[in-house]
Design a protein around this ligand. Structure first.
Ligand code: HEM
Length: 125
């Protein structure tokens, strides 16, 4: 069976997707401040490993636990949706990932949301 990872073109494609994704994220004035002073090459490296493993590639994610990595940032639900939308948009619209791959990524984004978002309508209750 061909994995999602193989379907999209493996690590070289994932690296390009992640580069493009952060380019778009940093182009958004409301998202950019979160990344001030952040070691972007390291962040990209970790995101590449994570996305590769999510897609079924052999890479092992060696970054921090997502909740630890985002703790204290006050990421809002709105910003989370926006960042997730940029990632999905790059995969689907710029790299032609098929709908099965896109849906898998959307599912995982739904699963990790609770670890990353700190300011949501739910959290304010
Ligand atoms: C959409 C789902 C997201 C995923 C899968 C994700 C994934 C990651 C990963 C893998 C890291 C690296 C952790 C490490 O280096 O140990 C990271 C760090 C980071 N993320 Fe996210 N992230 C997401 C959403 C967001 C959002 C919405 C924001 C802010 C708007 C954000 C801001 C950051 C920042 C600033 C860092 C750097 C933390 C540091 O190096 O201290 N992330 N994220």
């Amino acid at each position: 069976m061909v994995s999602h990872y193989e379907k999209v073109g493996g690590a070289p494609t994932v690296r390009d997707v992640v580069d493009r994704f952060y380019m778009l994220v940093l182009d958004e004035p409301d998202l950019k401040p979160y990344f001030d002073g952040i070691d972007m090459p390291r962040l990209k490296r970790h995101m590449v490993m994570l996305l590769c493993s999510v897609l079924g590639g052999p890479e092992v994610y060696e970054g921090h636990d997502l909740a630890d990595a985002h703790r204290g940032m006050g990421v809002t639900g709105e910003h989370y949706e926006k960042v997730g939308g940029l990632l999905v948009g790059v995969l689907r619209d710029e790299y032609g990932a098929d709908e099965e791959v896109v849906q898998h990524v959307v599912t995982v984004l739904g699963q990790v949301r609770g670890s990353i978002v700190e300011q949501s309508a739910e959290a304010a209750e």
